[in-house]
Design a protein around this ligand. Structure first.
Ligand code: NAP
Length: 388
């Protein structure tokens, strides 16, 4: 027995040393290549398992009064109850969220519409005990009546106020670390939304705010009334619209952070789903998306293959390549991958241990650019709600 313990201990010691040595080898230039300006070292949390991946870098979203310091990678809570097919039971999800906190994640993302409501409830139950140490961001905008989404938008001032109170209750907080407008309401101007949020900030109910999937013009109008901390829009190697439509340039110019959602393209770039994957018909929006139809997935698998080929010689998985590519784009970018698995959490956090040169990332971009992306990202109705 004693012999076995010794063996375990020395194996653990070996793994730890190997992990540290591996991390050192993987970072010839330090973390600087990927995590340039704006990155700070984070003090260690409890760190139960010293072999586990642990985030050591912070990033800063927004500037001035809107500044928000968060872990270099966040955690998207959505899939733990909503739109990503089967998920583990609540107890296991809470355990995984606690693992993420232990490993240094300080940014967790949810929304009223996820569930609806039960995703915020889960985040509140799991994370409110870490209030002040970590942040849960949430979103308003999609109309929810009696716990059901109506498909309409409602960002009238009185509705934002009511949603804010309800989110505070479900998240078990006195003040929301960050409140995003999830989709623009065509009947309420950006200025009116911004001024409602400014009032909520004065009252101490909201600390920062952001917007999702809006145009540069809307960002400018809103930011002039109440400074934005971050824009959250879809961005990954299969969807680079924000590079072309001026959103990233506007964020850079105005000192607003950027939070890419669906950074692994809803799991596709992780290589675990393909044309044969059967999505849960009651709880997965991927089956409604043109890019997730079997023919499109079959064609787009070439992109996953390119990420895998790029990662293979560097010891990276395709999910790590996808996340690393986003992280090196700018120090004010913080992706929020979602997962229901400890192994994927571990893998995603280990992305931060790799440092590749700009030339290597260019090589990846060139390889991916030769492959056409098949299928739109959204169906017609979802497409109407973005870019306003
Ligand atoms: N603002 C908006 O309009 C908006 C829209 C969509 C999403 N979001 C936010 O963005 C977050 C993330 O988005 P998302 O869930 O759509 O997409 P995602 O993070 O790109 O992908 C999540 C999917 O990838 C899988 N995955 C995670 N890590 C993996 C890995 N290392 N290898 C292989 N597969 C992996 C997960 O499955 P497993 O559970 O099996 O790991 C999950 O099904 C959401 O939680 C939400 O907070 C915002």
């Amino acid at each position: 027995m004693e012999e076995m313990n010794k063996k375990n201990l020395s194996r653990r010691g070996f793994l730890k040393t190997a992990a540290l040595a591996g991390a050192a080898l993987a970072m010839p230039g330090g973390l600087d290549n990927v995590f340039a300006a704006g990155t700070k070292q984070q003090p260690e949390t409890s760190g139960k398992d010293t072999d586990a991946a642990h985030i050591t870098g912070h990033r800063v979203l927004g500037t001035g009064e809107a500044v928000f310091e968060v872990s270099a990678l966040g955690f998207g809570v959505m899939g733990m109850t909503y739109n990503r097919s089967q998920h583990p039971d609540k107890k296991q999800c809470i355990r995984l969220l606690h693992e993420a906190v232990d490993r240094g994640v300080t940014l967790f993302d949810t929304a009223i519409i996820y569930g609806p409501l039960n995703n915020e409830e889960l985040a509140g139950e799991a994370l409110s005990e870490f209030k002040g140490k970590i942040n849960v961001t949430t979103k308003f905008g999609h109309e929810v009546i009696n716990g059901k989404g109506t498909g309409r938008q409602d960002s009238r001032p009185q509705t934002i106020r009511r949603y804010c109170e309800e989110s505070l209750r479900r998240l078990r907080l006195d003040s929301l670390p960050m409140f995003y407008q999830h989709r623009a309401d065509p009947n309420v101007s950006a200025e009116e939304v911004a001024s409602t949020i400014a009032d909520l900030m004065k009252e101490g109910k909201v600390q920062r705010w952001g917007m999702c999937e809006v145009s540069p013009e809307t960002i400018r109008k809103a930011h002039a009334v109440c400074p934005l901390t971050a824009i959250q829009s879809e961005y990954h190697l299969m969807h680079r619209l924000v590079e072309d439509n001026g959103v990233l340039d506007t964020c850079r110019e105005l000192g607003i952070g950027f939070v890419p959602y669906s950074p692994i393209n809803r799991g596709f770039l992780g290589g675990c789903i393909n044309e044969y994957t059967v999505f849960d018909s009651n709880n997965d929006n991927r089956q409604t998306l043109p890019r997730f139809q079997p023919e499109a997935m079959r064609a787009n698998m070439r992109i996953v293959n390119a990420l895998q080929a790029f990662g293979r010689t560097r010891g990276m998985t395709s999910a790590q390549v996808a996340l690393g590519w986003l992280l090196q784009k700018a120090p004010w970018i913080v992706p929020i991958p979602g997962t229901t698995k400890l192994s994927h959490l571990e893998e995603n956090l280990r992305t931060l241990e790799f440092a590749l040169s700009p030339e290597e990332w260019k090589e990846l971009e060139v390889a991916v650019a030769t492959i056409p992306v098949v299928g739109d990202r959204y169906n017609a109705e979802q497409q109407r709600q973005v870019g306003r």
